[in-house]
Write a protein that binds this ligand. Structure first.
Ligand code: GLC
Length: 554
């Protein structure tokens, strides 16, 4: 049954084991600590957890430089701890997704060590080599300003190797059938240990043709996506792949597969960037365009909606003028910007800690078409430490309480220090304090999650953008199985009166405000008039008093 697609009405919470909760006092988060915090996550209402890489790694790219795909980094625990965790999550009805990093490995991975040691190594062809420096070696860097090349000479191999990312992350030769078979084996391994799917890292690069003669935009081998999907579905029917693919809308169907035979989910980078532009400028028109451009997807596929993630806020798909607008609103200092395209701050400081704007941003994330993905710490409005390099500034430990080290660890001097002092320090911003305050951001997020789960129309339905007659007010209606929901968002700081018709006859004249329970009826011309506060928002169920009776079972 189509209702079985759990990811359609899920709320995903992304975290790094490393910085979530330390149980043994060694200063590093671990699986046991995470397990103890599962009740917190269940209480928050999230339904799935996405774990960032926790496999053994030299840790030069926050774990995205994996040196053993079949293990748990000893700092975080053992495979036994991992299984205890997936079991405990399952008992609470929480799904677990893990990062699948197979575009590249660490240069310390035994495969690469063997490959570089001899041209006759069985792993030589698992990587991408060139005897001479390829002509495009200074193109295609993902981290401009930090990374200077995509081909680095290896003295031991006496050859250049290709790396789309940092030089310590040699790319796997994913066209090699042996590498493909190994990727399936890795997926099969973790599925067996209790995960419900993968956030696949850097998908366009995983499936790109690689070699010394390749330059320009990636030339994708889409057949690979079908291979991954089929394998996964045969092993475990309800497992999914959530693709990290920052691509143009015209390519969306290539990734989803027009027969729903490729990726189940993708992050909607297009909407993400235009959403930040809308928040910065008060102009919702480019966001509406982005929503319409990414409307098309197979019925069983789903967008993942997010505000901030563990990387920089990538604004590379905006026009130069739009990007500058977002920079000047949310990251005016060069030190807040990164890689010539993005902002590296957390959400709360970007929005000046303004509660009204935070609620507006979250309300949008929870009501735009797709499945919301929260990042740990954002639920309490955590800040960043811009003294840390690159993206590390937004990866500081979770702030649990006002105890030393924010309750994250008993260790007096952990390597990854929680933010202390200032408006975002753990002394002021922490989960314990917010739990006890009914008006806190944490409790508001909990309420909005509960509400979002009760409105499956957003995850499942079709949307239409209504004319609210006021610039900067976004009005979206969702329809699903004879039910309709309407969401209004005022992107401007000033209050605005909006007048609109729901576009539905009869019952469409009734609105129930889902946040307050208030009911209202349209005027004689079938129009509703609402006064929205500056940055105000409303969620309505359309259809009035008897909607509960009429509502189809879900
Ligand atoms: C993805 C990750 C990023 C990482 C990169 C290389 O873009 O999100 O954090 O640095 O892949 O693995």
């Amino acid at each position: 049954m189509i209702e079985d697609l759990w990811y359609k009405n899920a709320v995903i919470y992304c975290l790094s084991v490393d910085s979530f909760m330390d149980s043994n006092g060694d200063g590093v988060g671990d699986f046991e600590g995470l397990e103890r915090r599962l009740d917190y996550l269940q209480g928050l209402g999230v339904t799935a957890i996405w774990l960032m890489p926790f496999q053994p790694s030299p840790g030069r790219d926050n774990g995205y430089d994996v040196s053993d795909h079949y293990g748990v980094d000893p700092r975080y625990g053992t495979l036994g701890d991992f299984v205890a965790f997936t079991h405990a999550a399952k008992q609470r009805g929480l799904k677990v997704l893990i990062d699948l990093v197979v575009n590249h490995t660490s240069d310390q991975h035994p495969w690469f060590r063997s490959a570089r040691s001899s041209p006759d190594s069985p792993y030589r062809d698992w990587y991408v080599w060139s005897k001479t420096k390829p002509p495009h070696a200074h193109e295609g860097m993902v981290f401009p300003g930090v990374q200077t090349t995509t081909w680095t000479y290896d003295r031991e191999a006496k050859a250049y190797y290709f790396h789309r990312f940092y030089e310590f992350q040699p790319d796997l030769n994913t066209a090699n059938p042996m590498v493909q078979a190994e990727i399936l084996k890795i997926m099969g391994f973790w599925i067996q240990l209790g995960v419900s799917g993968f956030r696949m890292d850097a998908v366009p690069f995983v499936i790109a043709r690689k070699g010394p003669d390749v330059s320009g935009e990636p030339e994708e081998q889409f057949g690979l996506l079908r291979l991954f999907r089929e394998f996964l579905q045969w092993r475990q029917g309800d497992a999914i792949i959530l693709a990290e693919a920052n691509v143009l809308p015209k390519q969306d169907l290539d990734y989803f597969g027009d027969d729903a035979d490729r990726m189940h989910m993708m992050f909607n980078f297009q909407v993400n960037q235009h959403l930040f532009y809308a928040l910065a400028s008060g102009d919702d028109r480019p966001l509406v365009k982005a929503l319409k451009k990414t409307r098309c997807r197979p019925a069983s596929a789903q967008w993942a909606l997010f505000l901030r993630n563990h990387d920089e806020l990538d604004l590379g798909r905006l026009t130069e003028a739009q990007r500058q607008t977002v920079f000047s609103a949310f990251g005016p200092d060069p030190g807040m910007q990164l890689y010539d395209r993005g902002i590296r701050r957390r959400l709360a400081p970007m929005l000046g800690g303004d509660r009204r704007r935070l609620e507006l941003a979250y309300s949008l994330m929870f009501t735009l078409p797709g499945t919301p993905v929260l990042r740990y710490g954002d639920e309490i409005g955590m800040g960043d430490d811009l003294a840390l390099p690159e993206r590390e500034c937004a990866r500081t430990p979770m702030q649990w309480s006002d105890e030393p080290q924010g309750g994250f660890t008993r260790h007096p001097t952990p390597a990854n220090l929680p933010i202390s002092g200032g408006p975002y320090g753990y002394e002021h911003v922490n989960a314990a304090e917010q739990r006890h305050d009914p008006q806190s951001l944490l409790n508001w997020i909990e309420r909005i999650i509960r509400m979002r789960k009760e409105v499956p129309e957003i995850g499942w339905g079709d949307f239409s953008v209504l004319d609210a007659g006021a610039p900067g007010v976004l009005a979206i209606r969702y329809d699903w199985r004879n039910n309709a929901v309407l969401c209004l968002h005022n992107l401007k700081a000033e209050p605005q009166e909006v007048a609109f018709a729901t576009g539905l006859d009869g019952d469409g004249r009734h609105l129930i405000d889902l946040l307050t329970g208030e009911r209202s009826l349209a005027d004689g011309n079938d129009r509703h008039t609402v006064l929205l506060e500056g940055y105000g928002y409303r969620w309505y169920r359309v259809g009035g008093l008897d909607y509960l009776l009429k509502r189809s079972p879900i």
